[in-house]
Ligand binder design. Structure first.
Ligand SMILES: [Zn+2]
Length: 87
């Protein structure tokens, strides 16, 4: 039996450039050189601000430099795949 479109096999994981902030801590229209990982499978929501998500999600978000971000992104996908196989 094959279920190629089984839910949970597609990871909703995003590596995005972190928004710059103004002096007031408000999001600016520019972006920094830092990247963050948003994983909806871990309960994160791209619309929420860094400071509004739980600590474990802040740790996942980083921020990272681009090379580290890509490595973290890939290792997080591997972690989800391992978790799925363990079920
Ligand atoms: Zn995740």
């Amino acid at each position: 039996m094959t279920t190629s479109t089984a839910p949970g096999q597609v990871w909703t994981l995003t590596l995005r450039r972190q928004k710059a902030r103004t002096g007031d801590g408000l999001p600016a229209e520019s972006y920094t050189d830092a990247f963050e990982i948003i994983c909806c499978d871990c309960g994160d929501d791209p619309r929420r601000d860094y400071h509004d998500v739980p600590t474990r999600l802040q740790r996942l978000r980083g921020p990272y430099l681009i090379d580290t971000g890509i490595k973290q992104y890939e290792s997080h996908i591997s972690w989800h795949e391992a978790e799925a196989r363990a079920r």
